[in-house]
Design a protein. Structure first.
Length: 704
């Protein structure tokens, strides 16, 4: 029987760390009958946090996928859920999940409201145009305020939050919600959490009727703004609008991202999750509601669209690679069109090679359930492939298409490592290869001067988890150096230079001659911007790409301390060649030498990563925290109140933030919390640059 895609939802749960994403996911699994026991995060028993490191720390590190079923209005819906991490170090997991999802549940803490990582994941969802609904969790906590969180969503995220429920009571008196669509109260009992239905419908409490009527009128007005028929009805007789008409209009507005329907509950106390599930089905788009995906024809560069139907040629995007100890390498894919059977072949658009997909699995956290085929709209895992990477497009051979790949942030922090014993050397290489394939924000390189292996990631916690995984999953014991900041270099001035490369070694020699201008690229440009202005064939056409290649390769080592450069502009003006001695390699070497000699004169500078830091602190510690941030070369960007606490925002160099969490605990007696994410790169002072250059030239020393 053909499955109706109208009843499929591909959703993600996204939020700041500790807003209760995983707890909400666990309740969803329980109420949909996927699990028969609720796994608690604080007990290290959550289904979706299956990694040992996640269970020990009580945080989500890797996005986990599962499929569940929910009955809504006599229809059974299939929900593919991805639970994403909230910690900024694992932001890649959120990025790649949002790229393939049709909708998201943005979870907020009723006390914390919109926190720094909430803003980051919101921007990521905006980037991929993902419609979302808001869920304000932890309504039972002291200081919970639903309407305050709604206004923060409006002010800080620039969205249009529209409450579809109102909380009845708050903090320890939170007993239920008023459902504004059906004009009734949903009262939760405080019975055992093993009961599947733990609520009853009731009349709206008398003291809330006026507020509920006002908020319902606002809800109808917002929904009617995208539905002309409803707008007419609203002006003629608002009371005649039925719940079904209202749901349809809210759904339209949500899919167009005109509004964010806001719900609330307390997942830990099992209040509000079933209603959240109902409204996920009601408001969030199915694969059919999302516009046909647009890709590129690799042969001629023209746009191609693929509609979400089984009749179109197969096309899917690989959004995550994982390694499983039992089934080997898994590629998670989102199918956009067509059908794929286990055991069949697909073409990888990047490598243009055929890949055999031996088996297909529906995922449930780290468990795989074998399935025979997948169709448009599905999310699944495939095994048996040789070479699939994150962001690859898989398609049929006679229907080649390339979907837009994903962009990932650059790592900002490095760590030199070496195996404790020589016999671990090979094991370390294999393990690092697997980990960097899984995680595009984790890179491995060998320092050309010292021969050390340097691993780089998004933060201290990211690298700590990697080292822990090397030990536990791969059995590799390592020594590690102190964390190092990933500095970059940049040119700030332009200079013209002539480089001649001559080598005579008996027989045929080497010769190349180039005149070029080197300097900074325009604002926003990345990589090498190469302009060929050679006239009259002074350098033959076939050698120009070699010159470009030489400059591009040389950018990996900056002129001051050998740090990589993000961007640079080279204009090739003129040159000459020798009819016998010149060849491609000569021009490539000449360009590299020219870069080394000219970049020194183009006013090179060193840039360091600057982090956005937000500290939430009791008022009495605020002065000490600000003076500590100033000592760390921090620029205070703003201060505001959040309930009884104070929030300090600052921009601080990453190099000054190592071990900050421990220092903050000491200053505030453990009462302040901080979060940090990458902001931008900024130039260092001359004295710092001198210090960094000296340090980098002394990094040949052995690891401690």
């Amino acid at each position: 029987m053909a499955r109706d895609l109208k009843y499929t939802r591909n959703i993600g749960i996204m939020a700041h760390i500790d807003a209760g994403k995983t707890t909400t996911s666990e309740r969803i699994l329980f109420y949909t009958g996927k699990t028969h026991k609720i796994g608690e995060v604080h007990e290290g028993a959550a289904t979706m946090d299956w990694m040992v490191q996640e269970q020990e720390r009580g945080i989500t590190i890797t996005s986990a996928a599962t499929t569940a079923f929910w009955k809504y209005k006599d229809q059974t819906y299939q929900i593919n859920i991805i639970d994403t991490p909230g910690h900024v170090d694992f932001t890649v997991e959120v990025e790649r999940s949002l790229r393939v999802l049709d909708g998201a549940v943005a979870t907020f803490c009723a006390v914390g409201g919109v926190e720094p990582q909430s803003e980051t994941v919101w921007r990521q969802a905006d980037k991929y145009n993902v419609p979302r609904i808001g869920y304000v969790n932890k309504m039972d906590r002291t200081g919970a305020d639903f309407m305050n969180v709604c206004s923060q969503v409006r002010e800080r995220l620039g969205a249009n939050p529209v409450p579809v429920v109102l909380p009845i009571g708050a903090e320890d008196k939170f007993v239920g919600v008023v459902d504004l669509i059906y004009n009734r109260a949903v009262i939760y009992d405080d019975g055992k959490k093993t009961e599947l239905v733990n609520y009853t419908y009731a009349d709206i409490p008398a003291e809330m009727q006026a507020e509920a009527a006002e908020m319902r009128a606002k809800l109808i007005e917002e929904a009617a703004s995208v539905d002309d028929a409803l707008m007419e009805k609203f002006f003629e007789d608002p009371d005649s609008i039925t719940a079904d008409e209202l749901i349809e209009a809210i759904r339209k507005a949500t899919c167009r991202m005109a509004i964010i329907p806001m719900l609330c509950g307390s997942s830990f106390k099992n209040k509000g999750v079933q209603l959240l599930l109902d409204y996920v089905m009601a408001f969030l788009p199915s694969p059919l509601d999302v516009e046909a995906i647009v890709g590129m024809d690799p042969h001629n560069g023209n746009d191609i669209t693929r509609r979400p139907t089984v009749d179109e040629p197969f096309c899917a995007l690989a959004f995550k690679i994982a390694t499983d100890p039992f089934v080997g390498r898994l590629a998670f894919i989102r199918v956009y069109s067509g059908r794929l059977d286990g055991g069949s072949y697909v073409q990888n658009s990047r490598s243009e090679k055929k890949e055999r997909i031996s088996r297909l699995y529906q995922m449930h956290a780290n468990k795989q359930n074998p399935i025979e085929f997948v169709e448009a709209g599905d999310i699944c895992a495939v095994v048996g492939f040789k070479d699939i990477r994150t962001g690859d497009t898989l398609c049929v051979e006679n229907g080649a298409i390339v979907l837009e790949s994903m962009t990932f942030p650059e790592p900002v922090i490095g760590l030199a490592i070496e195996p404790k014993t020589q016999k671990d050397l090979d094991k370390l290489g294999i393990a690092l290869g697997k980990l960097s394939e899984e995680d595009p924000t984790f890179t491995v390189k060998t320092d050309p001067d010292s021969g050390q292996t340097v691993i780089s990631g998004m933060g201290e916690l990211h690298l700590e988890i990697i080292v822990d995984r090397l030990k536990r999953e791969f059995g590799v014991e390592i020594n590690q150096g102190a964390p190092q900041v990933n500095y970059k270099e940049a040119l700030t001035g332009s200079v013209q230079h002539r480089e001649v490369f001559k080598k005579q070694t008996g027989g045929r020699g080497k010769f190349a001659d180039v005149i070029f201008e080197i300097g900074p690229a325009e604002e926003g440009a990345t990589g090498l911007v190469f302009v060929d202005n050679v006239k009259g064939g002074n350098i033959p056409r076939e050698y120009i790409p070699s010159v470009e290649k030489g400059f591009a390769a040389a950018m990996a080592n900056g002129p001051l301390a050998g740090f990589g450069m993000d961007s640079m502009k080279v204009t090739l003006i003129d040159g000459s060649f020798h009819p016998v001695d010149s060849d491609s390699l000569s021009f490539e070497i000449c360009a590299r030498n020219g870069y080394r000699n000219a970049a020194q004169k183009a006013k090179p500078v060193i840039k360091e990563p600057i982090m956005s830091v937000e500290v939430v602190t009791p008022e009495e510690s605020m002065g000490d925290i600000i003076s500590d941030l100033n000592k760390r070369r921090g620029q205070i960007a703003g201060m505001e109140s959040k309930g009884t606490a104070r929030v300090v925002k600052a921009k601080v160099p990453l190099s000054e933030m190592f071990g900050y969490v421990t220092a903050l605990r000491t200053i505030s007696s453990g009462r302040a919390t901080s979060s940090m994410e990458f902001s931008h790169y900024d130039e260092v002072t001359a004295s710092q640059a001198k210090e960094i250059i000296e340090k980098s030239s002394g990094k040949h020393k052995e690891l401690e």
